[in-house]
Design a protein around this ligand. Sequence first.
Ligand code: CP3
Length: 347
Amino acid sequence: MTNPQEKRLLRTLSGEITDRPPFWLMRQAGRYLPEYRKVRETAGNFLDLCYNPALAEEVTLQPLRRYGMDAAILFADILLIPHALGQPLAYREGEGPVLEPIRSAAALTALNPDRIHETLAPVYETVERLSSSIPKDCTLIGFAGAPWTVASYMVEGKGSKDYAHIKQWAYSDPEGFGQLMDILVEATIAYLVRQVQAGAEVIQIFDTWAGVLADDSFRKWVIEPTKRIVEGLRTQYPELPVIGFPKGVGANIIPFVEETGVTAISLDTGTALDWAAKVLQPQLPVQGNLDPMLLVTGGAAMERRIENILRILGNGPFIFNLGHGIVPQTPPEHVARLSELIRNSSK
Ligand code: CP3
């Protein structure tokens, strides 16, 4: 076993300030890397890649070889849960994920929560492989989507601009919609527990679409389910670090931080640094938040912003990351420059 104290990410999550901030990047494995595109071609479709432990391990390791991030994030997708529950799912070129929508409590009979591990077993094998193949100072991150964000794809059937179907269902029939959310909370806890058993050291919960709700509906469909997942994990792993990423939530980030029990908070691109340093960082470690488009831009504009982020958030426990995932048009050499700047930022 490796000594957890050697791992910058784990030390930061326990509140320490390390020689330099740990860094990793959301979507660090993916289409911006030519070696990913190559593996992706041999795998066939995207789901085949997610369920192939040898190839999923390989693409998880690819960015580490180039850039030496302090963390590896399991290669998988937040929509594997609906898929494992039995909802037909396809990823279409240029269109993103497409699912057969579920829009009523009556339709929930199509989901079978009892057999998810049969479908998800290859993912656990990927985690197991990674826990022995990543560098010893590197932390292994497992993840899942938060119920609200996963449900948005399940109900809309694809990415959405207005969340018309999920909102109307949640607002008009909170009890029926709550049944879907309960299924997702339970399945997500079971899924994440298996990831931790297999070797994941940290869990990140992605709530990409949390920002479309406010106040009472934000509490009910974002804070409550996240809190239940964190509590469910902690009954089995009391010390497990969990990073929350509620994107675009504005002032709701405060009750999210205070009530969900997350260990650290991942800031989106739109979060003001001074404010985060003053209001959030005294309460918990923060992660973020370079604009992925600045990573596409590169040059002086990117470098200035990286330096600002390091200067303003670097005085407390801080994990350098993006404010959202890397986009496919990102030049790999800009990521190399970013990693060099972080690496050379030691105090
Ligand atoms: O961060 C990582 O490197 C780990 C892997 C990872 C993927 N998806 C791989 C992926 C993670 C953590 C995710 C999370 C995810 N998936 C989220 C939450 C974070 C976010 O970005 O908002 C969401 C909303 C999804 C759902 C999803 N998966 C969409 C909307 C798409 C299509 C958009 C796109 O980029 O193509 C995916 C596909 C997907 N997931 C790809 C990858 C590498 C691209 C698929 C391909 O190779 O063709």
